[in-house]
Design a protein. Structure first.
Length: 483
């Protein structure tokens, strides 16, 4: 599984293309290992990709429905059949443990299967008309060429659900993955080429964020973006120039509440999983733990022990529970975030330090801050690392106020055995996703995913809400003359 170097190219108008600027990726578990060799394209090639997608649009839009569904299903089959290979590449390039990498590859396949079925669920509504001899029908049409821009933390699942969703509804796509982890997107492109997607329907461009993104957004009818909130603002500003439809899935500062009446074994397991597993690199990871005073000290003590018990190591080692941080930039940001917490006076009761392993990598121990307050920087800004801070509160009302006290509102959760408290929290949380006795992270593909602005913008991804973004509605009035 180690050693091979993926030679990854750009896929434009049905052909593989080398860009002018070459670069390599390295394994965050072992910085001496090169994982992939890629090249970035410039504005001219991105423009070609957009033109190819535009040319391919009428053919794909009219493509036989069953044949379109079959292509997506076959792509899903192949993603799953190759899940070990894709998962291993993902682990080497992004640093997720191998089971996590394989799980993500399988999820990508499931997304293709889900959207293959969506193809045949063409939506439409029929209405009686106010006027005699008329009726009204509301149908949905493909939005057009979709620009898909993805971050580094889910290198196969995220491109998969954006691409599968776009294709299912009859759109053509240009995908730009994060340059930290382009390998899985290259394998996805190879699979889509292999199953026989018509020329130009799917294109892959690897390039710098702004230079590539600007051309894509200018030329697309819709942009689906996942990444940081500040980048999302830049994407939205750019989209406003051309009135390109935008769907943004952005950062979180997700809170999990533990009440005195919680099942503490479940609550500890749930909080630890959501905060630290996958190295905390999930947009839905728990970063703030809000605990009522009756169980506060016990929760801190048990979570500190839990944090210290994880085996941190090379993502491909069988006994590793938490892999390295994905890249140098994030690693430096995580350690700086811990420093900020210490400067602000929070008490670091576990982890938060860089550690060495048998190979050179971006290893750090999961961090737990106690005695943090709502006002601290660490409780308002996304860390995107394995860093959890605990805030003590008096009761449910205060817990809800603190949970809702940040600008970001992606995911939230509560551990309680009280149906009343759970329902009150569910109703009053402003997050886009609310979890009761289950981790803030861990999403399913058949239901909407996303948060309120500024954690998200536009129609939610996945599930039934996908149609809102990937299609435009058309209302037709028909005078058929039959009364
Ligand atoms: P990022 O914002 O730095 O980059 C995301 C993508 O945008 C990359 O492909 C990047 O090259 C591209 N990009 C950069 N500048 C651009 C520009 N001006 N125009 C167009 N594209 C541009 O994010 P990241 O560091 O790769 O990922 C981490 C962030 O993603 C975190 O904030 C995390 O919360 C967020 N995230 C959100 C979700 C969600 O569903 N809400 C899911 C995963 C990750």
């Amino acid at each position: 599984m180690t050693g091979t170097i993926l030679q990854g190219q750009n896929f434009i108008d049905g052909g593989w293309r080398t860009g002018a600027v070459g670069f390599e990726t390295r394994n965050p578990s072992d910085l001496d290992e090169v994982v992939g060799a890629y090249s970035k394209v410039g504005a001219a090639e991105v423009d070609e990709a957009m033109a190819a997608a535009t040319r391919a649009l009428p053919g794909w839009r009219g493509f036989n429905m069953q044949a379109r569904a079959d292509l997506l299903r076959k792509a899903g089959d192949l993603l799953m059949a190759r899940a070990i290979e894709i998962g291993a590449l993902l682990s080497r390039e992004e640093g997720k443990t191998l089971p996590e990498g394989i799980g993500e590859a399988n999820r990508a396949g499931q997304c293709f299967h889900y959207f293959a079925a969506e193809v045949v669920r063409a939506q439409g509504e029929w209405y009686n008309s106010m006027r005699d001899g008329h009726n009204v029908i509301v149908t949905r049409e493909p939005v057009g060429v979709v620009a898909a821009i993805t971050p580094w933390n889910f290198p196969i699942a995220l491109p998969a659900w954006k691409v599968a969703g776009a294709l299912a509804f009859g759109n053509t796509v240009v995908l730009k993955p994060s340059s930290f982890v382009p390998g899985c997107a290259v394998l996805l492109a190879r699979i889509l080429e292999y199953v026989g997607l018509p020329q130009g329907v799917f294109n892959l461009v690897i390039g710098d964020g702004r230079a590539t993104g600007d051309v894509m957004i200018d030329r697309a009818q819709a942009v689906t973006f996942t990444g940081g909130t500040e980048t999302g603002r830049a994407v939205l500003r750019k989209a406003a120039e051309t009135m390109t439809k935008a769907q943004l899935e952005l950062g979180g500062k997700n809170a999990f509440v533990i009440l005195d009446d919680a099942d503490l074994d479940l609550a500890i397991e749930t909080a630890a999983n959501a905060a630290w597993v996958q190295t905390g690199q999930r947009c839905t990871a728990t970063e703030r733990l809000i605990v009522t005073r009756g169980v506060h000290d016990q929760v801190v003590e048990r979570l500190a022990a839990k944090a210290q018990g994880y085996r941190i190591g090379h993502a491909l080692d069988a006994d590793t529970q938490i892999g390295p941080v994905a890249n140098e930039k994030q690693f430096a940001e995580n350690l700086a975030f811990v420093e900020t917490g210490l400067r602000e006076g929070a008490e670091l009761v576990a982890g938060g330090v860089a550690v060495e392993r048998r190979t050179r990598g971006y290893y750090m121990t999961p961090a737990l801050f106690a005695r943090s307050t709502e006002a601290m920087h660490i409780n308002h800004h996304e860390s995107f690392g394995p860093i959890l801070s605990v805030i003590a509160v008096d009761d449910l009302d205060q817990a809800i106020a603190v949970a809702n006290g940040t600008e970001l509102a992606l995911s939230s959760g509560i551990a309680t055995t009280s149906l009343h408290s759970a329902e009150k929290f569910r109703r009053e949380s402003k997050a886009g996703m609310v979890m009761v006795n289950t981790p803030t992270a861990g999403l399913e593909y058949h239901v909407p995913l996303g948060g309120r602005s500024p954690s998200g913008f536009g129609p939610r991804e996945n599930g039934a809400s996908s149609a809102e973004f990937f299609t435009e509605s058309k209302t037709s009035y028909i005078n058929h003359g039959v009364n």
